[in-house]
Design a protein around this ligand. Structure first.
Ligand SMILES: [Fe+2]
Ligand SMILES: [Fe+2]
Length: 316
């Protein structure tokens, strides 16, 4: 993958500096970001140095101090914004019960319901392009949390990840299933292929997962995010599969979603009880961050859904 298109003067200068190597970055005088998306695409690209990197950026820059310094400033702003959006305290009582109720009661528009009943093929393809940014690296940001955990949550997280990564079979690996689905419906399947097309809401969704995954301090938020993601996936996956079937789209993409109907019904139990529950037994002080992660997952999905529904001329 090459660096994406800049979305303002700030990201343009960041990309120019990344392309010119260590000396370019050390000397760069960067302007203020012009817009949230100018900032978000820059941060997304800095995070990508830790995933697959870019053909036009030297691999060594991943750990270069000036890059980390720049990323750190953008992360401070992102984290402050995410924390400011969460205005309630974590609920009391039994954790798992409270967590499932929190996800269940969260009020946001459902793209899956729209796909099931009303969306046309163009809208579904548009949605799949948006989803491709995460689904082509599905589970990767959660993997960073593994070495940060002790026995019980670690064993449970690895059990869940084993499934996400195909349980030893590359053909069952979830991001590979999604890539094959993209090809089957006539879309591009290369990693990051649609990054220039996605709105700031999708960039922020992906940046939040990298932020939580890359910082040990935020392990509670990373796992709360994962648990909310799994707990809000099974029924929507059923709706997505039904919508794709209604439109007669290729069965390979439908299989990606039917796989998640059953997989995530199990994963939500593992993620909430065996991962977050045991983490909180060990470290009860992480409760607020677990709910911060869960809230962020649901809130950013709602923001992305509202954006897409508005773009399609549907009131969210
Ligand atoms: Fe998955
Ligand atoms: Fe899952």
């Amino acid at each position: 993958m090459m660096l994406p298109k800049p979305r303002g003067a700030f990201s343009a200068d960041v990309f120019e500096a990344l392309r010119s190597g260590p000396s370019g970055l050390a000397e760069a005088q960067l302007p203020e970001a012009e817009s949230p998306e100018d900032e978000a695409i820059a941060l997304w690209s800095l995070y990508e140095l830790h995933f697959r990197g870019f053909e036009d950026v030297e691999e060594d820059l991943e750990w270069y101090p000036a890059v980390l310094h720049l990323r750190g400033g953008l992360e401070t702003e992102l984290e402050a914004r995410l924390r400011a959006r969460r205005t309630e305290d974590a609920p009391d009582g039994d954790f798992a019960e409270a967590f499932f109720a929190f996800v269940e009661d969260f009020d946001g528009p459902s793209l899956a319901r729209f796909v099931q009943t009303e969306a046309d093929e163009e809208q579904v393809l548009d949605l799949l392009r948006m989803r491709s940014i995460y689904h082509l690296k599905e589970a990767d940001p959660s993997s960073w949390v593994v070495p940060r955990l002790d026995t019980a949550p670690k064993a449970a997280l690895v059990e869940l990840l084993f499934d996400e990564y195909g349980a030893g079979n590359p053909n069952r690996l979830h991001h590979h299933l999604f890539a094959r689905g993209l090809e089957a419906v006539g879309l591009r399947s290369e990693y990051g292929a649609y990054i220039d097309d996605v709105p700031v809401e999708i960039l922020e969704q992906n940046n939040a997962m990298s932020l939580f995954g890359l910082h040990r301090r935020l392990r509670g938020a990373a796992l709360g995010h994962l648990a909310a993601f799994e707990a809000s996936s099974s029924m929507p996956s059923r709706r997505m599969a039904a919508g794709l079937e209604r439109l007669g789209l290729d069965s390979t993409m439908i299989e990606y979603y039917t796989e998640h109907v059953t997989a995530d019904a199990a994963h939500e139990q593992v993620a909430v009880r065996a991962i977050c529950g045991t983490l909180l037994d060990q470290e009860p002080g992480l409760l607020e961050d677990v709910f911060l992660g869960a809230f962020t997952c649901l809130d950013l999905e709602a923001r992305a859904a509202r954006h897409l529904l508005e773009r399609w001329g549907r009131a969210a």
